[in-house]
Design a protein around this ligand. Sequence first.
Ligand code: URA
Length: 176
Amino acid sequence: AGRTQGVFGVGNPRAEWMVIGEAPGAEEDRRGEPFVGRAGHLLDAMLRAIGLSRAENVYIANVLKSRPPHNRDPRPEEVGACLPYLRRQIELVRPRLLLAVGRIAAQNLLGTEQSLSRLRGRVHRFGELNTPLVVTYHPAYLLRNPADKRKAWEDLKFARSVFRQLTAESEDGHRS
Ligand code: URA
């Protein structure tokens, strides 16, 4: 009820990477686009560090399509209301790899209460398409805890290596 507008998603609908965050913040609510505030600038830099650009190679969306009042954590019923939209976005974009940024996105996508530190560093699977999913820190968290940027860089390199492996496997598949 308190939102200015829904914030659906942005980027290349044929992207091979899909980034999933938590929910729009104030700036996103104003502009109708995910990750355009301070956290968004850091996300862009994180993506650039592994050779990705939001305009070309990535589709970006959130678990919630509306900004929660005062940026509080999403409630289960809000996640329940929005998740079908996200599932459909994933089905339509059909990314090769999902990158979940932050605990809220990771826990809700994976249906777990495990901590982010336990979810990092391995390949999970999401949904009917069994899409590979890798977890890293939320850029807003990294702005508050810059010492963890080093671990986020490890995650990004891990995600890039998983992506390369998936690409190589599918090319082998086409050849044989
Ligand atoms: N944080 C998120 O999780 N998503 C946004 O779109 C902006 C900030």
